[in-house]
Design a protein around this ligand. Structure first.
Ligand code: ADQ
Length: 481
């Protein structure tokens, strides 16, 4: 069995016994077995970017990290990565701030990662690269002569050609993606968008492969730059059974009991997100206010808890989002609060995984209304955490990847405050029978598309790629389809 090398910008702390809630570490827990290597940024900035990785070992896994120079980090992460590429992938063209020097810095950091990683590689290693910050990594590794099998998974959405083309140098990035042997997407829609971009932006012919049930493609294969690329659909999931157990135990925890007592018999609605403009928090707060306008019977009967973990705080758009939310939450609370009831509780800090699980289980409504989201794991966690005998109701944005296979949720357009308010009303008024039926279907789905399955599907695809991915290689013909 080949060694697995995972590459992600952030690497879990080796000494942390329980990984951070929801991070990549949780998703990859089963795949990163003893003997694997995990490579990425140390999380620290130094005067200059390191040229060699520092190695640490824990539980048989080697963690190899490098410090980034302060300027490199700014250009790569705050600059091109999150100031141009992220808004483009999240369909927010107005927020794209493209600067050529930042793009150069983004590519330079990918080159530095490649140079530090290459000496650690063994010939048969399977390399699995994660997310939008590392799109050019395979191309940089190939330039150093690395011909291992390299796969890439995009956790964000993928966009249609009209959106992609708005970002300067996007065609170059699309070409960089073709240096991978396998490229994975969360949904069929993103794969179809990728196929359209390859066809229209790179002028490459991509043959149709009809899936057996006649649905949209789950795999496309094409050749570009002398290599064969296989693009696949592989939705990210959670370890649903483990999360259910954590939630069951957490109901007795002091934090959950305190929250339950503070509700004083009222229903709880909950939202849990990174503080990111893609998560639709201002629209959600507005919709909650609209609920009290349109259905005054819910006043004093429900409390909404929004947990928002600060993220990318050194970027201006994130600072203004925070200010906007402070004001909006104040508006709704000012308008509807009573001396002994506050409609909106708003916390800007992360919560532990167990506390979160207990809070989800207590909630009658889970509100997951991003404007765009690659998948959204909170939707899946909320479902896994419910008591099947008295479950809460999920309200889910149609623009989250999760909506593709979570039809049992109340699916909404997050831009339509009235529609979201109506869904909140429907969820709060829903009879037990319907809540149970919806939960049963959703729970079965969340248990099917687990984190473990996500890893198995991706690695099986990568494994079946011939080692020398070049088209001329004789192994290619056998493995091409
Ligand atoms: P994110 O955009 O970070 O991830 P998401 O899928 O919602 O989004 O995952 C967030 C995780 O962090 C969840 O496990 C959640 O429990 C946890 N979390 C969020 N806020 C928290 C808080 N305040 N306290 C504690 N924990 C919190 C990216 C993509 C998503 C995709 C994932 C996985 O943007 O679309 O689903 O990767 O592929």
């Amino acid at each position: 069995m080949a060694r697995l090398v995972v590459v992600s910008n952030r690497v879990p702390q080796p000494r942390q016994r329980l990984p951070q809630a929801g991070g990549l570490a949780v998703v990859l827990a089963d795949a990163v077995k003893s003997g694997s290597l995990w490579f990425g940024w140390s999380g620290k900035c130094a005067p200059a970017t390191a040229t060699a990785a520092t190695l640490q070992e824990a539980g048989g896994v080697t963690y190899a990290t490098i410090d980034l120079g302060e300027t490199d980090h700014r250009l790569f992460y705050t600059g091109f990565g999150n100031g141009a590429l992220w808004p483009m992938l999240l369909f927010r063209l107005g927020l794209i701030n493209f600067r050529p020097e930042e793009y150069a810095g983004y590519r330079a950091v990918n080159r530095a990662y490649a140079r530090a990683l290459a000496p650690l590689l063994q010939p048969d290693d399977l390399i699995w690269v994660h997310d939008y910050l590392l799109i050019p990594l395979a191309e940089e590794l190939r330039a150093l002569g690395v011909d291992n099998r390299i796969g890439f998974f995009l956790h964000t959405p993928f966009v249609p050609p009209a959106i992609l083309s708005a970002l300067p140098r996007a065609a170059e990035l699309l070409g960089s993606l073709c240096a991978y042997d396998v490229v994975g997407f969360q949904t069929r829609g993103y794969l179809a968008a990728f196929k359209d971009c390859v066809t229209q932006v790179l002028n490459v012919e991509v043959p149709n492969i009809q899936s057996p049930n006649g649905q949209a493609d789950e795999t496309v294969c094409f050749s570009h730059g002398g290599r064969r690329v296989r693009a696949i659909v592989d939705p990210v999931g959670i370890d649903a059974d483990a999360f259910s157990r954590v939630a069951q135990r957490a109901v007795g925890s002091p934090e959950t009991r305190r929250l339950a007592a503070s509700l004083d018999g009222r229903a709880l609605a909950i939202g849990v997100d990174r503080l990111d403009y893609a998560k639709g928090l201002p629209n959600r707060v507005e919709a909650f206010g609209r609920l009290f306008e349109q259905h005054p019977e819910h006043r004093r009967q429900v409390s909404f808890l929004q947990v928002a973990a600060p993220s990318r705080e050194d970027i201006g758009d994130y600072q203004s989002l925070r200010r906007q939310l402070d004001r909006l939450v104040g508006d709704v609370n000012g308008r509807y609060s009573d001396a002994d009831w506050t409609p909106l509780r708003y916390m800007t800090r992360p919560l532990g995984r167990r506390t979160l699980a207990g809070f989800y289980r207590l909630a009658r409504v889970g509100v997951v209304t991003p404007l765009r989201d690659g998948m959204n794991l909170v939707a899946k966690e909320f479902i896994a955490a419910q008591d099947p005998l008295d479950p809460g109701v999920l309200i889910l944005s149609r623009f989250a990847g999760a909506a593709d296979d979570m039809a049992g949720a109340l699916i909404v357009n997050p831009f339509d405050a009235d529609e979201v308010a109506e869904a909140m009303h429907a969820a709060l008024s829903m009879r037990e029978e319907e809540r149970k039926a919806r939960h049963e279907a959703l729970h079965a789905q969340v248990r099917r598309t687990t984190a473990n399955r996500f890893c198995e599907v991706f690695l099986a695809q990568l494994q079946r790629t011939p080692r020398h991915g070049g088209i001329g290689h004789p192994a290619f013909a056998a493995a091409a389809m």
